[in-house]
Design a protein around this ligand. Structure first.
Ligand code: ADP
Length: 759
């Protein structure tokens, strides 16, 4: 809930609003309740005030009548029962008080003695049972009766009675004054008319029994009002107050007040809706205000949400899908903000500013990204083109990068090398498998890590080629380690370089060999020459002719050997420098072979040569150099196959091949020990001689095959060696020449014309 609140500004605003509205509501309700009581009290007080003024007026009237009763009862004519005089006095008073309907006097027994207006029928009748008579007897002041029917006049009246006593204090009679109630009713109507319409205010005057004396409703006197207003009882006990009652489906506010000096009371009735109109109005106003507050705030919240918050969240939504790799995902291209972009207010401005900013950032980002990509690609290209294998590790020793060369050499992908989840990393397993002496290698690495030499060499049994096949060929690898530091000099990783130094080592070896061989091959003939020459020059030795000739022959032979060595070195240097110039012409193949055999030095008695050459083959070659090739091969065959050597020289056309142009192959085969299979290529390297071969003195310098390869290549062909596959031991050397260098003589004459003597 709180998370949602923290995320939604609309909810925050809503909660702020609620936090604001609740105190306002509490305040308003408190104020309302307070005001309501005030207003109610005011309304009640107003009605009580009205009742009071009516009560006062009624009181005044009654007081006046009571005074009349007092003055009449204590007058001489009353004390002496002077009826003549009394009639005159009554007439006077009646004229002054139209609301008095009757004056009368009873004797102490209740018999009617006289009355005014005079009514002879009632004279002598006894009214002792009347309450006003009984009550008047008891006191020495006027008594005001409840409402009652006047038997004499047949109207409803109220009687004010007063006893008449003589000078001796004896009761001589009871004076009665009947008050007609019509005047009272008329008064009430006047009052009511002044303040309100009929029905809105009802005014009642009731007697001590709760019966109506006068009212504004046209209800006949004596109607029992207490049944309608139960609280009227209180009034009759001299209390004043207000009460709400329900009558004719309306609620009424009753305000009541006793009339002093009597048992009477004034009751003012008003519908509570009218009495409390101001309260209701106040209440309605308050509800309206609250409603407006809620509606206004809701509208404000809705508009704020729609115009500000929703666009902002859309902007956030649009921003969250920004992907530099997908320009269509940019805010400026997104349809989410289509509406906001049209706006000219602050939100429109914000979106526009955002879009501009985004465009700039995007451009900048793109530039940086492209630059980075470029740099990365360059770096990657450098790494890829490196001859050396390279590994980068983090300070903890985990591989983070392996270049292509390294991956290829160990036959693993970069992902496999970098994968960290395998408990015994693939790379370690692979290295253990490839390295000849894994323990020595680990020792070397550990020493490098602990500050020892960072450069050492180790041997691998072979490496993987580009097609991912393992090639079993021993190689020398130089290991080099370096630290990678950031600009602050902090160690951020280590680099390991694996350099294949097989060739370098080979060159070194060749150099060493060259020195050894050349010095040996030069010194041997020179020593021999010097020996023979010194012998011949010996003054005290007499040499016979044959011995002299032998010595000289030996000197010439050793000189030839020297010359041949020098020639070979020269030839080799020309081949290597690419400055070899061929002197090509057409030669008969069989002649070339015969010449080679003829000049071969080592052919001995038991050695034999078989020729199996197609007839009439002419080769367009440099005769001398091709002769050197053939001679080298035949001499090698004789040399390595030993005394019983059986040498075979054959030739055939090679039909066109899918990958090769048509060619012609000359093969020299022997029955010697053959060549170790893994060295069939290496024997063509300069100064390479198979270990355990013949003694150096007799086995040459290891240049023969290298020169052969160079010379054949100069003709556009190739040479390679293999072992016999027909069950016997022996080596095979194939010279391949492109077919364009080969012709077939059509006739014997033609053939003859190419019997070119050796140059
Ligand atoms: P070398 O002067 O030692 O003969 P080459 O270059 O002619 O030098 O030959 C290189 C090596 O190839 C020789 O040392 C030898 O071990 C091997 N080799 C050459 N020809 C033959 C052959 N016909 N049979 C066996 N091994 C041979």
């Amino acid at each position: 809930m709180f998370k949602l609140l923290r995320r939604k500004i609309s909810l925050q605003l809503l909660s702020f609003y609620i936090l604001f509205v609740i105190p306002v509501l509490v305040g308003v309700i408190t104020f309302y309740l307070f005001e309501r009581n005030q207003l109610q009290e005011e309304a009640e007080r107003a009605d009580l005030g009205l009742a009071q003024s009516i009560a006062l007026e009624t009181e005044t009237n009654l007081g006046r009548v009571s005074e009349i009763a007092n003055s009449l009862a204590t007058s001489d004519e009353a004390r002496h029962l002077d009826f003549g005089q009394l009639q005159r006095t009554f007439a006077n008073r009646a004229a002054a008080h139209p609301d008095i309907s009757l004056f009368f006097i009873h004797d102490p027994n209740g018999n009617m003695l006289t009355n005014y207006p005079y009514n002879p029928q009632t004279i002598g009748q006894n009214y002792a049972y009347r309450e006003y008579f009984q009550e008047a007897l008891k006191r020495d002041k006027p008594y005001i009766s409840d409402v009652r029917d006047s038997a004499t006049l047949e109207i409803t009246v109220v009687t004010v009675s007063r006893r008449i006593t003589n000078e001796a204090g004896q009761v001589v009679g009871i004076l009665g004054i009947n008050l007609s109630l019509e005047k009272l009713t008329a008064n009430l109507n006047v009052v009511r008319q002044k303040i309100a319409k009929p029905g809105v205010v009802r005014i009642w005057i009731v007697d001590g029994a709760g019966k109506s004396l006068a009212n504004t409703e046209g209800v006949p006197p004596q109607t029992d009002l207490q049944a309608r207003i139960p609280s009227l009882k209180k009034v009759l006990h001299g209390e004043s107050g207000n009460q709400l009652t329900r009558e004719q489906d309306r609620e009424w506010l009753n305000s009541y007040l006793p009339v002093q000096g009597s048992h009477w009371a004034v009751v003012v009735q008003r519908p509570s809706a009218v009495a409390f109109a101001s309260i209701n109005n106040f209440q309605a106003g308050l509800i309206l205000a609250l409603l407006l507050l809620v509606l206004g705030a809701s509208f404000f919240w809705f508009m704020l949400n729609r115009r500000v918050i929703a666009p902002l969240s859309r902007l956030a939504q649009a921003t969250s899908v920004v992907d530099p790799d997908k320009p269509e995902g940019l805010v400026m291209n997104s349809t989410i903000l289509a509406h906001e972009r049209q706006r000219t207010d602050e939100i429109g401005g914000l979106v526009a500013a955002f879009i501009t900013m985004e465009a700039k950032i995007y451009e900048r980002f793109k530039l940086i990204y492209e630059k980075l990509q470029e740099q990365f690609q360059t770096l990657e290209a450098i790494m890829r083109s490196m001859e050396e294998g390279m590994l980068l590790e983090d300070p903890a020793g985990k591989v983070v990068y392996a270049n292509q060369r390294f991956c290829q050499s160990v036959g693993l992908s970069a992902d496999e090398i970098i994968a960290e989840d395998s408990p015994e990393p693939l790379l370690r397993q692979r290295l253990t498998h490839l390295i000849e002496d894994p323990e020595g290698y680990n020792q070397g690495v550990n020493q490098a890590l602990s500050g020892g030499p960072r450069l050492f060499e180790f041997k691998v049994k072979g490496i993987y080629n580009q097609s991912g096949e393992f090639v079993q060929l021993r190689r020398d690898i130089r290991f080099k380690m370096f630290n990678v530091r950031d600009s602050n000099g902090q160690l951020i990783g280590r680099g390991k370089i694996f350099q294949d130094v097989t060739h370098q080592n080979e060159v070194e070896r060749v150099k060493t060999n060259l020195l050894a061989v050349v010095s040996h091959e030069l010194r041997t003939p020179l020593t021999a020459i010097k020996g023979y020459a010194s012998g011949l020059l010996e003054p005290d030795v007499a040499w016979d002719d044959s011995s002299q000739a032998y010595c000289l022959q030996q000197i010439v032979g050793e000189c030839d050997r020297l010359a041949e060595l020098v020639n070979s070195l020269l030839e080799m240097s020309q081949v290597e420098a690419g400055t070899l110039k061929l002197n090509q012409a057409l030669y008969r193949l069989d002649w070339l072979v015969q010449e080679a055999l003829k000049h071969s030095r080592i052919l001995r008695d038991h050695q034999s040569v078989n020729l199996s050459l197609p007839p009439g083959i002419l080769l367009k070659v440099d005769g001398r150099r091709f002769g050197v090739v053939l001679r080298n091969l035949v001499e090698n065959a004789g040399k390595y196959a030993g005394k019983e050597a059986l040498i075979e020289v054959s030739a055939h056309f090679e039909p066109p091949h899918a990958t090769r142009e048509p060619g012609f192959i000359v093969t020299v085969q022997d029955n010697g020990p053959g060549i170790p299979t893994h060295l069939t290529e290496r024997i063509f390297e300069r100064f390479y001689q198979v270990d355990g071969g013949l003694e150096r003195s007799s086995s040459g310098v290891g240049l023969g095959l290298a020169i052969c390869r160079g010379l054949v290549a100069a003709h556009g062909g190739w040479i390679r060696a293999e072992n016999r596959t027909d069950g016997s031991s022996g080596a095979l050397f194939h010279i391949w020449l492109p077919a364009r260098l080969v012709q077939k003589a059509e006739t014997v004459e033609q053939e003859g014309s190419y019997l070119i003597p050796s140059s």
